[in-house]
Design a protein around this ligand. Sequence first.
Ligand SMILES: Nc1ncnc2c1ncn2[C@@H]1O[C@H](COP(=O)(O)OP(=O)(O)OP(=O)(O)O)[C@@H](O)[C@H]1O
Length: 588
Amino acid sequence: MIRELMQSGFRLSGLRDARLLRGLTWAVAEGLLAAAPCLLLYLLLQGVFAGSLTPAYIWTYGLLMAMCVMLRMLAARIGMPLIFSGAYAMMGQARLRIADHLRTLPMGWFGRQRSGDLGARLTSDLELVEHLWSHFLGVFVSGLAMPVFLVLFLLWIDWRLALVVLAGIPLALLALAWSQRVAARPSTRMMTASSTAQSALLEYVQGIAVIRSFGRFGMVWQHLQTDLHEHHQALLAVEIKPAPWLAAYGFLLETGYLCLVLAGAWWLADGTLTPSTLLLFLVLALPVYRQLFEVGLSTLMLRFARRALTRIEHILHEETMPEPATPKAPQGHDIVFDHVHFAYAHDDEQDQTHPPALFDLSCRIPARQLTAVVGPSGAGKSTLVHLIARLWDVDDGAIRVGGVDVRDIGTHALHQQVAMVFQDVLLFSGTVLDNIRIGKPDASREDVIEAAWRAQAHDFIEALPQGYDTVLDEGGATLSGGERQRLSIARALLKDAPVLLLDEATASVDPSAEAQIQRAIAELARGRTVVVIAHHLKNVRYADQILVLNKGRLIEQGTHAGLLSQNGLYARMWTRQQQAQQWRLRAA
Ligand SMILES: Nc1ncnc2c1ncn2[C@@H]1O[C@H](COP(=O)(O)OP(=O)(O)OP(=O)(O)O)[C@@H](O)[C@H]1O
């Protein structure tokens, strides 16, 4: 099992750190040095029974024993740091590999994961494996090496008696194997319950504002309690179910001791055994049993680690978005949808009731022009924009940027061509400067400030306690929605990509912030191919082209004036929005 775990660990990190192997060799030496004083004890006992013990001998044995202890400490002193540095380097590498792999997975995969479960795999599972490598493996190896050396030594002294010492081991191992078997189901249950509880807690914390505002504390609390109770029960089961078999393992191991006493007395009586040898066996058998018991108990931990490793490895086995063998460079920045068909994958593959999000959609988005996408909620506007950035791959048809299928451009090159500004602005914990710099990591401070100016963000940034060096909380919770938007526009300005995808996000901000955001967007749009999802039709009156979607289909297309004259869905939406505005004015 250890070998298998090591192989999977090496596979996970893609690294075979020699320090870890050297550290484990020192752990074996530590086990040998823990067993060595027993050899001295044997010689000492020989001397006692032969009556040849002199003070000089006693001093020599004493010194040699002290040396064994010191050398053992030295072995630990050298081996442990090697194991730690090897294990942490490998797990660091494993984390990087996983993070890199996640970057290449299709977005649909993330949608199918429960955030708590994915979180558990990336935190507690990885920590468990890391703990296994850094703290457990060395102790396990030296803990196993010590009884192995002792038994070899006992076999050398008197093989008959040594075999008697080991008499209980076959049955004991059977009991241990059975305890593992019995623990298999509860440990799966425990890991599932643990990630469910983690998900529930996460959801609870993230939704605390909604929970409070809707006064549904009781209901959510009940769900949380149920999940935590299940976790508690699962934890208990994992301890209780294998407990009798582990106890049997310890008991069966020690039956050898009983046999040892009986066989020892027998062979002592017939003169084939010396009292010193029997005494030595009686003294040394106990640490052998104790150590084997400890090692047996810790195999349960190995089982957890193996399960955790498997769960993590599943992430690495997930299929990534296919990348072109020879990426092609787009010739221009117009975007063409050619009979695009796309449906979100659902967990239940048999579920045919979900209509496609986009259905046989064809259109052309000209370069360096502003194209607005409008339509009722759920029409497929965000989907259309996300597909341009290849967050998902189309099921049928193709999307071409500059004449090249987005699947042939290569993700990295495509993302260099495209900047996105969406309603949910993700800000990372770090300074304002760093957050804007995400758009262009090598940008100078002056470039960042220039982008912030153009994004109408400079004034509010300057008003922050440390200006551009203010450290934002995770998610930028201390900023308003409009401020977060303008930071995101500054990022996009800094990135200076020729294609700009944006989700008009002015629905929830006050008129002055809306005007600022609109100005920032106008600045951003200049000279670029812009696709904007518009919720306020008044903001897209001057768009070069407006695409009207409904239920995943492109039903109208044209300019504002042209679409009004068609008297279709766009005209109705326009009239409704105008009426709503007048109603607001009258009410005011
Ligand atoms: N990640 C997803 N997984 C599954 N279905 C999704 C996902 N995202 C959107 N959908 C579904 O696809 C359809 C189109 O959604 P989309 O978000 O593109 O519409 P939209 O026009 O942008 O809506 P809104 O204006 O409300 O944001 C909807 O039926 C929606 O429920």
